[in-house]
Design a protein around this ligand. Structure first.
Ligand SMILES: [Zn+2]
Length: 327
C-alpha cells in the first residue's frame, strides 16, 4: 500500500477509498488521447481491473497527445501496447486488452464492470455506450477533445443520459473532428484527468458531478451547464436502445484518426491471420495481425476478419479487402 500513501492520507479517499478502488472493475473504450491518459491515471490509482478496448494501431501523429505511446510502438495495436505500459507502471492492476471495435457484437465485453470511461472519437459509439449504460444501469463518463475545446459529463442511470443532451445523430460531416480541426496536445490528458477523477468518485461512493463541463485551456475557460433529464428522451425515459441492435451488415467506417478505413465484416472469421500468412507470402504477421502492403496501400487484418486499410478511400478499401479476404 506504500505506493498509495498520498491517497491514503487524502481526506477524500483514505484507506476506505483506496480499498474500494482496488476492488473496482473499470472499462475504457478507445485508447487514444483520452483513453491512454485515463488508463494511465486509473492504473496509477490502483484500480482492481481495467478492460481496454481499442480497434486501432499507433500512428506517428498520435504521439503528440497519446501519453502511453512512444516511437517504438508505431504500427502496433494500441490495446496491446497499453497493456505492456500499464503493467510496467503497476503490476498489481489486472489489464484486460481487446483489439476490437466496440459494436453490438462486442458490447458484451462491458458486462459486469462498475464504470465505463469514454475514450472514443465518434457519436455512434457513444450512443451505443449510452444504450448499454442505461439498459444495464452502469454509469459512464463521457469525454471529448477537439481543437482547444474539451467536454465531459458523468451519466449515472436513472439520471439524465447522453441522449437527453444529444437526442439524435447530427448529419454526417457537421461535427468537427480531430482530423478536420486538429487537437491541442495537452488537452486530451487534461479532460482525461477529469474523467479519471469522476470514475474514481463513482466507485468510492462520492457524489459525481451533475453538470456538463466545457473547458478551453487555451482561452482559459471553464464552464458548466446543468444536465437535465428530457421528458421525451427515447432512451432513459422511452426505454429504446436502437444502437444495441443495429442490423448485421458489413460496417465500413472512415476513422477520425489518420485517413484509415475500418472494415468490420458481418461474418466473424477465426484463424484468419495464419491462413493469410500461408496464402500471401508477401505479407507479414505482427502482434497477431496480418500486415500487407499493396501499391502504397497498407492492410492490417485481425484474426476475426476486421481490417484497417491505410492510404485508400472507403470504396477502394472495400475493394481491396474483398480482393484479399474473398468476402
Ligand atoms: Zn435520456
Amino acid at each position: 500500500m506504500d505506493r498509495y500513501a498520498r491517497h491514503l492520507s487524502l481526506l477524500e479517499l483514505g484507506p476506505r477509498g483506496q480499498s474500494a478502488l482496488a476492488g473496482s472493475s473499470m472499462a475504457i473504450v478507445g485508447c487514444g488521447g483520452l483513453g491512454a491518459a485515463t488508463a494511465m491515471y486509473l492504473t496509477r490509482a490502483g484500480v482492481g481491473s481495467l478492460t481496454i478496448i481499442d480497434r486501432d494501431v499507433v500512428d506517428e501523429h498520435n504521439l503528440h497527445r497519446q501519453i502511453l505511446f512512444s516511437e517504438k510502438d508505431v504500427g502496433r495495436p494500441k490495446a496491446v501496447v497499453a497493456k505492456e505500459c500499464l503493467e510496467a507502471i503497476d503490476g498489481g492492476v489486472r489489464i484486460v486488452p481487446y483489439q476490437r471495435s466496440l459494436d453490438p457484437s462486442s458490447i458484451h465485453l462491458l458486462k459486469g464492470v462498475d464504470v465505463i470511461v469514454d475514450g472514443t472519437d465518434n457519436l455512434t459509439t457513444r450512443f451505443l455506450l449510452n444504450d448499454h449504460s442505461v439498459k444495464h444501469k452502469i454509469p459512464w463518463v463521457y469525454g471529448g477533445a477537439v481543437a482547444t475545446e474539451g467536454m465531459s459529463a458523468t451519466f449515472v442511470p436513472p439520471g439524465p443520459c447522453f441522449r437527453c443532451l444529444f437526442p439524435s445523430m447530427p448529419p454526417p460531416g457537421s461535427l468537427q473532428t480531430c482530423e478536420s480541426a486538429g487537437v491541442l496536445g495537452p488537452l486530451p490528458p487534461l479532460v482525461a484527468a477529469i474523467q479519471a477523477t469522476e470514475a474514481m468518485k463513482l466507485v468510492t461512493g462520492a457524489t459525481p458531478r451533475k453538470t456538463l463541463l466545457y473547458i478551453d485551456p487555451w482561452q482559459g475557460v471553464w464552464r458548466e451547464a446543468e444536465l437535465e433529464k428530457q421528458r421525451d428522451c427515447p432512451c432513459c425515459v422511452g426505454g429504446e436502445y436502437p444502437y444495441l441492435d443495429l442490423d448485421k451488415k458489413d460496417m465500413v467506417t472512415k476513422l477520425c484518426d489518420g485517413g484509415k478505413v475500418q472494415i468490420v465484416p458481418s461474418k466473424k472469421a477465426k484463424g484468419l491471420v495464419r491462413a493469410l500468412e500461408k496464402r500471401y507470402p508477401q505479407g507479414a504477421v505482427r502482434d497477431d495481425m496480418f500486415v500487407l502492403s499493396v501499391n502504397g496501400i497498407e492492410l492490417v487484418i485481425f484474426d476475426d476478419g476486421r481490417a484497417l486499410v491505410m492510404g485508400a478511400g472507403e470504396e477502394e478499401a472495400k475493394n481491396i479487402y474483398s480482393r484479399f479476404i474473398g468476402w
